[in-house]
Design a protein around this ligand. Structure first.
Ligand SMILES: NC(=O)C1=CN([C@@H]2O[C@H](COP(=O)(O)OP(=O)(O)OC[C@H]3O[C@@H](n4cnc5c(N)ncnc54)[C@H](OP(=O)(O)O)[C@@H]3O)[C@@H](O)[C@H]2O)C=CC1
Ligand SMILES: CCCCCC/C=C/C(=O)O
Length: 494
């Protein structure tokens, strides 16, 4: 089989790694390589950052007015919409998630560029009424410069766009290091944005490679003005520390162990469906996967029975087929992680209600599938209740009182999302206020919008993505003092 070659996208052109090294691109459903991409290192990152700096300081991007930049972002939105199917196919081939899911994401990605494009000409400073009548003081909001973006494999272009759209709207430039498992879509994306949507060369650069090599070089680069990272805690901590060493800011969108809390008065059918889709949608490979179900003891058995029934109907198979709910696990490392976590639950004495094992590839191949799994009899401190699995594994924990439910929900290092299922309006507000998580869904799970901030409490992250205010994370303010008096003050006043 002929392997395709994809290359880094730097300064508006494709380029191999300076070292000449390559990594293999795998298709998890075919369980076979389909191509190769550069194994980049510090030299490639240097080239990309230098190209981005040039685009930032000189040339058409640096000269663009705010309304022109807004129009540019709208052109980007149109180009992505025109290529949504193509990009979704590339993503599904690389991460094994269903084409339906990836296409759904890509159809919404243009909204981020339209929304932030609309903000370009609404970023204004102010003339400030200081106590000095002889001075005019005004502020300007300016871009930071080169943003180093590190992205994961589960929703590659969506999570890239959550960073890129506001960064570009603010006038920044970007160097992206996508996940080693899903680099191809980012490369094609950069080409589309540059060659079809007219983004000036050097504004968006993509360097492929390993996190510990290309990723580490990018986050530690002295000319990177900010690091924007989405991924796991290990990579996030490394990226944060590298940025800190250069005294640069970083935003981190990390993992979760998000609880769905089902009270006795909830609509149990709705709750069962919400919990099952909240954990098993995307095969659990979602940062907001509702991987813990905290269930009032009085409805525990009935809810578990209904969830097991719904889980039994989930169809695993070819991610390109419309009838498939869950594709294969994205990669071998992730599969090993899921199987380890299932092993922990069994060792710690949890009861496996359904699943709990690998499944054979339905086409007889070597693709890695894991059965959607529900464990009951889980204690709050058990490893399966504390550790992020990032796979199709639900831990069910009973509770007796509202106070206890809140305590269990908050007994986690993470704080990304939470679901509350109840018909009691006062309880909704009481519980939502006390849960330590960045997003709370009530009688639903996992909706979101570019208009609303998203991010984590505690070890689920630092900073937010989405919403108007967030554009300020990609800006810095300058204060300018203009002497209106005929003589300059002397000696210089405070
Ligand atoms: N909060 C949120 O919004 C979201 C969070 N996530 C979280 O992401 C994780 C899954 O994604 P996954 O890709 O496995 O996460 P990883 O942390 O393994 O990888 C994320 C990115 O970081 C890179 N990376 C790894 N180590 C370093 C390093 N030392 N320096 C710089 N970059 C590095 C990776 O490169 P490489 O791939 O080459 O190793 C990859 O590009 C889960 O924990 C999930 O919860 C996912 C989606 C959204
Ligand atoms: C606010 C909507 C939740 C989505 C958060 C990002 C997750 C990506 C994924 O599920 O792959």
């Amino acid at each position: 089989m002929t392997l395709l070659t994809v290359e880094n996208y730097i300064d508006g052109a494709y380029a191999p790694a300076a070292s000449g090294g390559w990594l293999t691109c795998e298709d998890p459903y075919a369980a076979a390589p389909w191509g190769r991409m550069p194994r980049s290192g510090p030299e490639d990152v240097d080239r990309a950052v230098a190209a981005a700096r040039r685009a930032f300081t000189a040339g058409p991007w640096a000269r663009m007015t705010a309304p022109q930049r807004g129009a540019q972002l709208h052109r980007i939105a149109e180009a992505i919409a025109a290529h949504a199917e193509e990009l979704a196919r590339i993503e599904s081939r690389d991460n094994g998630k269903t084409y339906r899911e990836m296409l759904g994401q890509l159809k919404r990605v243009p909204e981020w560029y339209r929304f932030y494009g609309g903000l370009c000409d609404k970023i204004n400073g102010a003339v400030l009424p200081t106590e000095k009548p002889e001075m005019m003081n005004y502020t300007r909001y300016e871009p930071l410069g080169v943003i180093g973006m590190i992205t994961p494999w589960n929703s590659p272009l969506m999570l890239l766009s959550w960073k890129l759209a506001p960064a570009l709207a603010a006038g920044n430039v970007a160097v992206v290091k996508p996940s080693e498992y899903t680099s191809a879509s980012a490369l094609r994306f950069a080409e589309i944005l540059t060659e079809e949507a007219g983004l000036p060369a050097g504004v968006l650069n993509v360097v492929t490679g390993l996190g510990a090599e290309a990723g580490a070089a990018l986050t530690a680069h002295p000319d990177v003005a900010k690091v924007a990272f989405t991924g796991g805690i290990g990579g996030g901590r490394a990226a944060y520390m590298a940025a800190a060493a250069n005294l640069r800011p970083a935003s981190l969108e990390l993992g979760g162990k998000s609880p769905n809390i089902i009270f006795a008065d909830a609509d149990l059918e709705q709750a069962a469906r919400g919990v099952v889709s909240g954990i098993f949608g995307s095969g659990g490979q979602s940062c907001v996967a509702g991987s813990r179900a905290l269930v009032h003891r009085s409805v525990h058995d009935a809810l578990v029975a209904r969830m097991a029934e719904l889980t039994g109907k989930i169809r695993l198979g070819d991610p390109m087929e419309d009838s498939t709910d869950i594709g294969p696990v994205a990669n071998r490392a992730q599969y090993d992680r899921i199987m380890t976590c299932i092993g922990w639950a069994k060792e710690d004495g949890a009861t496996c209600v359904t699943g709990g094992a690998a499944l054979a590839d339905p086409k007889g191949g070597a693709a890695l599938f894991v059965a959607p799994t529900i464990f009951t009899g889980v204690a709050p401190k058990d490893r399966i209740a504390q550790e992020e699995v990032f796979g199709p594994v639900l831990a069910v924990l009973p509770f007796d009182t509202e106070e206890e439910a809140i305590a269990i929900a908050n007994d986690s290092a993470f704080g990304l999302g939470a679901g509350i299922w109840t018909r009691d309006v006062a309880r909704v507000h009481r519980v939502a206020a006390r849960i330590e998580a960045g997003t709370i869904w009530v009688n639903s799970y996992k909706g979101g919008s570019h208009i609303s901030p998203f991010g984590g409490y505690k070890q689920s992250g630092i900073g937010r993505e989405g919403g108007i205010e967030m554009i300020h994370d990609y800006l810095q303010v300058k204060s300018i003092w203009l002497n209106l008096a005929e003589e300059a003050p002397y000696p210089f006043p405070l």
